[in-house]
Design a protein around this ligand. Sequence first.
Ligand code: FAD
Ligand code: SF4
Length: 477
Amino acid sequence: ERLANDFQFLDVGRQDPEKKDARTRSREFTEIYAPYRPAEAASQAHRCLHCGNPYCEWKCPVHNYIPNWLKLVAEGNILEAAEMSHKTNSLPEVCGRVCPQDRLCEGDCTLNDGFGAVTIGSIEKYITDTAFALGWRPDVSHVVWTDKRVAVIGAGPAGLACADILVRNGVKPVVFDRYPEIGGLLTFGIPEFKLEKHVMKRRRGVFEEMGVEFRLNVEIGRDVQMAELIEEYDAVFMGMGTYKYMEGGFPGESLAGVHKALDFLISNVNYNLGFNANPADYVSMQGKRVVVLGGGDTAMDCNRTSIRQGASQVTCAYRRDEENMPGSRREVKNAREEGVEFLFNRQPIAIIGDSQGRATGVKLVRTRMGEPDERGRRRAEVVPGSEEILDADAVIVAFGFQPTEIEWFEDHSVEIDERGRVVAAEQDLKKELHFAFQTSNEKIFAGGDMVRGSDLVVTAVYEGRKAAEGILDYLNV
Ligand code: FAD
Ligand code: SF4
């Protein structure tokens, strides 16, 4: 009996949660995976080998106690699993949905050697969704409130994670965001087919019950000045993301019918949420031949949003090969199933238009893979004489984001690096007294995309949590 249990992975294969068929899901802005049923979750969790030194835990950026909560799920002990999963992660139901698990925890699961990794992400999502549905809430009854207050700028994953740790330690976080809802890119970026919006609404309620205060529709630097926050609060955390659009730098980018990726995605979210102040802001790809330029998560989301809006054809052109794409492999597979066509090793050199200034196509050249760059990704080299034109009614440029240029940084002595990222680190051995993620202004801390450059939800969560620890140390709480 015991042997059969320990070797469950021999009898039970990896089974992802049921996925809607591609035809149905390509018309819907809803999540494509069904939740696990309790018996499925338990049986999949039971596949874990409980390796002595779990690689999954090391690879997970927040170092979740994965084998421990898998064991609790296998035993049907969901509330304890939720309690444990929140010890390391402030947004486990979100990470379970959107982490590129194939590159993180699941990519390092020992069972990849021929058996199929444990479905760690789906189980992480299952734990929190189920616990919340059962009425479980993080227990903050033991918290003793201090008189300290911290202003958090940005209600994205970094800001929320920082607020989570502060409130659990009796420090009052007041979170400011220029948007009308919390979540940052989780709400105004990542589309519903990966993360439905009610997930963040529910999280907002949970955080508010815990004692986090949100002041939304407030932009720091416009509605409230940074100087006021520094004056009024004991410390300030900045988790403001990266929002400067990266241009392709080729002719034709300002033609009508050429869209910036995030503007396109936000217009779609606002349309679905009924937030569009002006209906003319909604960009629809219905009936259009769409070309998406780029190969990351943002490009994939633009592809799949265009399909759902009823585009007649969606082609994604990427300058490297499939192996060197930065986005999650799972999302590329999903996009392909939904009808997106991929053109690899193609680099755009111009967007061409008609006499009325409307885009009609993209001029591409072929590339071949050269030597690896400083991040280990192989460079794309142009093949001479390989130009071709791809017809298009709309073009979406999804080359990523750079840190936003913020003029008030200088007034407050916030140092940035040569790439515009705020300088803050978990450790700084050069400084005698250093607090995690403290900037060059001792009262200001920072984390997430604005420190790392555009990255992942889970890394923003990690830095927000660590910065909160730095703030607690700084405030001597
Ligand atoms: P953000 O999420 O950008 O939040 C910053 C917040 O600060 C925003 O709400 C903004 O309104 C607010 N803010 C900025 N300036 C001010 C100001 N002056 N005053 C008040 N508020 C301000 N990552 C994954 O792990 N998986 C994915 O599948 C994935 N898909 C993605 C898809 C898209 C389209 C995009 C764009 C990104 C995706 N990412 C994904 C990356 C991920 O969303 C980010 O890395 C993460 O959200 C960064 O968190 P953050 O808290 O640093 O910043
Ligand atoms: Fe895996 Fe992300 Fe969850 Fe960590 S947070 S266990 S990397 S899904």
